[in-house]
Ligand binder design. Structure first.
Ligand SMILES: *Cc1c(COP(=O)(O)O)cnc(C)c1O
Ligand SMILES: [Zn+2]
Length: 419
């Protein structure tokens, strides 16, 4: 039996669990009764299924079992750049390289269990790859709607799972609404960014972070019982909504006295949530094409975020902030992630560090704050696409030396002696 859906804003409750949005217009999430949950109730299982009592489905088999369980790493090398005590929750270490797998692991099996139609999504990035992979793992047909001018690299990344890819000519942004209508009319269920089951999967990232800091955790003896803040990139607001849902579950369970502040980072090229935050508004105003620009942070460019108002509510509820960062700041942060931490993150994910830097400068993050940065996706997919190596902004590469084999000992001695 599936739990009911509830609106975070007006409180309306819906029993039939196929809706995505409330009558009031806001996205819904699954109701969970977390009041009885204790860390002792977690299962001896991997990944997101460790928190099965708080999820809307029972553990499926196959690829879904590979979601979650990503490392949380204390990364002192990044402290100077971020201006605080940094932990990195590396969501790039997922089967398809992004946190989206947490949502797909719950939403795709749930949709396939509910009927024998296809699943689908509207994305030409990480959401598309993740949905297609999880559908493939269940032997289920998948339909992916992409824009007509999609790059060949992206087609290859998504196409390897052999979904039906439809290149759509026309206003790609409007497809979010179309997809919900198509789900109602055809034997396909489109799992968009704020699908309630996805949000249910995303909250496990917060559980994992807080479990690592829980008072009896073996790995963090000097750390507080919860991080002071979480800094993550935001586009549609789906992941941020999941993190907030997780915070609320743990609060209801009495396991989180002092919840982390949720800080969200947008690209300055398309930042409707930051604008609404700065203006003190509850609902982001969709940006027109004139108000948006190009960015290397492709994964966070949504000008009309479906969960934007909910993400703002999350930020205000936890005492956080929303900031925007430029592509130059993102490039610099991507380099720091690699050079100072050893992490290969995609530009959208590097925005987490760029945002932390800004928030420290603004005094919203203190030097002794324990802050979890969430690089949401791996940088491996973006290599060779030319996106991040624009000649004018290319980060200085590590020094390249050349030597004949015979001259190698001398050459190395001089390189190493030069330190
Ligand atoms: C999807 C995505 C985001 C944005 O997540 P939202 O839920 O749309 O806010 C950020 N980073 C990466 C790598 C993503 O794939
Ligand atoms: Zn409502």
């Amino acid at each position: 039996m599936s739990p009911a859906l509830r609106c975070y804003r007006c409180g309306e409750r819906y029993g039939g669990a196929t809706r995505v949005r409330c009558e009031c217009g806001e996205p819904l999430w699954f109701e969970t009764d977390a009041t009885e949950f204790d860390w002792a109730d977690r299962r001896e299982r991997d990944g997101v299924w460790r928190y099965e009592p708080l999820l809307p489905i029972d553990r499926p088999s196959g690829l879904a079992r590979a979601a979650g369980g990503t490392p949380l790493v204390r990364s002192e090398g990044l402290d100077a750049a971020a201006g605080c005590r940094v932990y990195v929750k590396d969501e790039g270490e997922h089967p398809t390289g992004a946190y989206k797998d947490r949502g797909s692991a719950v939403a795709v099996p749930r949709a396939t269990a509910a009927g024998d139609g296809a699943v689908g999504t509207v994305s030409y990035g990480n959401m598309a790859m993740s949905t297609a992979a999880h559908a493939a793992g269940l032997g289920r047909e998948c339909v992916v709607l992409v824009p007509d001018d999609i790059s060949s690299v992206r087609l290859e990344l998504i196409g390897q799972y052999e979904p039906t890819i439809v290149r759509v000519d026309g206003d790609y942004g409007a497809l979010y609404g179309d997809a919900l209508e198509l789900s109602a009319a055809l034997p396909v269920r489109f799992l968009v960014s704020d699908d309630p089951a996805r949000i249910g999967g995303y909250k496990t990232a917060l559980f994992e972070i807080c479990e690592a800091f829980a008072p009896d955790a073996p790995d963090a003896p000097d750390a507080p019982d919860a991080p002071d803040a979480i800094v993550m990139p935001t586009s549609s607001g789906g992941f941020a909504s999941g993190i907030w849902r997780g915070i609320r579950d743990l609060e209801a369970a009495g396991l989180l006295d002092d919840p982390p502040r949720l800080h969200l980072v947008q690209t300055a090229a398309s930042d409707p949530i930051t604008r609404a935050f700065d203006a003190g508004e509850t609902d982001p105003t969709p940006l027109t094409p004139d108000e948006t620009g190009e960015t290397i942070a492709h994964s966070i460019g949504n000008p009309d975020p479906p969960s934007g108002a909910r993400a703002l509510a999350a930020v205000r509820d936890t005492g956080g902030a929303v900031v925007s960062v430029t592509d130059d700041e993102i490039r610099a942060a991507k380099r720091r992630f690699a050079v100072d931490g050893g992490f290969c993150v995609e530009p959208a994910s590097a925005a987490s560090l760029a945002g932390a830097t800004r928030l420290s400068e603004r005094g919203e993050i203190a030097a002794d704050d324990v802050v979890v940065l969430v690089p949401t996706g791996t940088g491996f997919k973006e290599l060779g696409t030319g996106d991040a190596s624009d000649a004018n902004h290319a980060p200085a590469p590590g020094s390249t030396e050349r030597a004949s084999r015979a001259a190698l000992p001398k050459r190395l001695a001089s390189v190493l002696g030069a330190r």
